[in-house]
Design a binder for this molecule. Structure first.
Ligand code: GLN
Length: 488
């Protein structure tokens, strides 16, 4: 049976790059097709804030010339990529979906952007997101929500919802997202595509507008696991502009290194298997376990009792870091400034500027963060959260002594309806399975696992694979094996 949400993995970026090299198609033709598709669908999906077509066309024609002359050997030559609009690019604006940065133009490219351009990528546009990457539905956006291409009355997930929707609707070959608590993996799961959050320190954050600096990572959203590994290999590695990047060599990975299913030892956290999910999620997760077992994978059930503490820990640490990172938007040095009123002091001007510039969810996070860091509450909340963070890390260390990778559902349910999550806490609970990887700094991958029918429409479900720090190649290997086991 073909799944209604199944993206053809054989027609992925890796395949498309080969087709250009063989001269079967050109970067220019593919770019024009993408721009036409964006033109046709973007009014409805609102996935892109803007396209960067002038430069994109110039780069595409330069690449076509190089291919024709036999000079093009760069790994991403002709790849049409979309960029989440919180990653700095010298072309176009970098708005973070916030009125605060409505007209911000970055004077520099993020390190990942520079590396992707050097590898031959064509940047087609900047994608919509929850304001400053705070949200799980791409609804908290200054210029309207993103819609899920599979069901346009539903969210694509968030905060990298524009990037995930653009990949799922084939409005680009692949896209960049950022993930502080799940913002790459959750939208990838809800849109039926692959999303990777690398190990903290693996990919430079230079030029990523900061949200929670100890949690943030940039990563790819793609049509296949091998595409994710391709983009990762170009972006990963030490960067003098980001002191948190690791000095470890980036291992190369390719599909020939894919393990057989019976070489895998996969841990299944009981808490995640037995939790109450949407029935479609439990069904797809059990189906994944059954198929792996049938293929000879050894399945190890284990306990991760701190899973449930992740959300409360995250929603102390992330807002605390956000409140300090967002302090720079005072209307003086950066961003929107309210019109000064006669007789008004600087404090009042700051307050009006920030009230006008930030949307309600961002204001909520700043207040939450300021509160947990305040003198009387620091020990009770922030310090406590850091202690739990250490326990979560240790729990993962113990789990990875019993298995090579952990598998669970990416989200507790499929895409929800736009406007349905009115209560912030119930929106926060979407991240119950994804936040822990950020808290512990480990790499994690969401892989399409099938779909579930809700109100007559098929909605994608994802599974979530986690590995020890810097074991991305293990994630790609197992991920690509699991991807093919689940795709049939
Ligand atoms: N949904 C989470 C939040 O709102 C995660 C966001 C992210 O990863 N950027 O904080």
């Amino acid at each position: 049976m073909t799944d209604p949400c199944n993206i053809d993995r054989r027609d992925d970026l890796t395949h498309r790059i080969d087709a250009m090299r063989r001269g079967e198609t050109t970067a220019t033709d593919r770019l024009e097709a993408s721009l036409t598709a964006i033109d046709r669908r973007n009014d409805e999906l609102n996935a892109y804030h803007e396209t960067l077509e002038d430069t994109a066309r110039a780069v595409a024609s330069e690449i076509d010339g190089r291919i024709a002359r036999g000079e093009e050997a760069r790994p991403l030559a002709g790849a049409i990529l979309a960029v989440k609009d919180n990653i700095c690019t010298t072309e176009g604006r970098t708005t973070c979906s916030s009125r605060m940065l409505e007209n911000y133009r970055s004077p520099f490219d993020a390190t990942v952007i520079r590396r992707l351009r050097d590898a031959g990528a064509i940047l087609v546009g900047k994608t919509n997101l929850d304001e400053f990457a705070m949200g799980s539905g791409s609804e908290h956006c200054a210029w309207g929500p993103v819609r899920n291409p599979w069901a346009t009355d539903r969210v694509p997930g968030g905060s990298s919802g524009g990037s995930a929707a653009a990949v799922a609707a084939d409005l680009c070959d692949a896209a960049l997202g950022s993930d502080t608590g799940g913002s790459i993996r959750q939208p990838a799961a809800l849109c039926g595509v692959v999303g990777l959050k690398p190990t903290y320190g693996r990919i430079s954050r230079y030029g990523l507008v900061a949200f929670g600096s100890s949690l943030d990572q940039i990563g790819p959203i793609c049509r296949s696991v091998r595409d994710a590994s391709l983009l990762y290999s170009v972006m990963a590695g030490v960067d003098p502009h980001d002191a948190t990047t690791a000095e470890l060599e980036v291992e190369s990975w390719n599909e020939s290194m894919r393990p057989a299913p019976d070489q895998l030892r996969i841990g299944i956290p009981r808490e995640q298997r037995n939790a109450e999910h949407h029935p479609g999620v439990s069904e797809m997760f059990e189906r994944a376990i059954d198929r792996l077992e049938a293929a000879g994978t050894s399945i190890v059930e284990l306990d991760l009792p701190l899973t449930d503490q992740g959300i409360s820990t995250y929603y102390v640490i992330a807002p605390a870091e956000a409140s300090s990172n967002l302090g720079r938007y005072d209307g003086i040095r950066y961003g929107h400034r309210a019109k000064p009123m006669p007789g008004e002091g600087l404090e009042e001007l700051y307050a009006r500027t920030r009230t006008e510039g930030f949307g309600p969810e961002v204001r909520r996070r700043i207040m939450l963060g300021t509160y947990v860091l305040s003198a009387g509450y620091y020990d009770a909340y922030y310090k406590r959260a850091l202690q739990v963070r250490r326990l979560i890390r240790e729990e993962y260390d113990r789990a990875f002594e019993q298995c090579d990778l952990l598998l669970g559902p990416t989200t507790p349910g499929p895409a929800f309806r736009i406007g349905a999550e009115r209560d912030p806490v119930s929106e926060y609970l979407n991240d119950v399975y994804t936040v822990n990887a950020n808290i512990a700094g480990i790499p994690a991958l969401s892989i399409p696992a099938g779909s579930t029918e809700v109100d007559g429409v098929g909605l994608p479900i994802g599974v979530h694979l986690q590995a020890p720090p810097f074991a991305e190649s293990r994630l790609f290997g197992a991920g690509s094996t699991i991807e093919s086991i689940l795709a049939d």
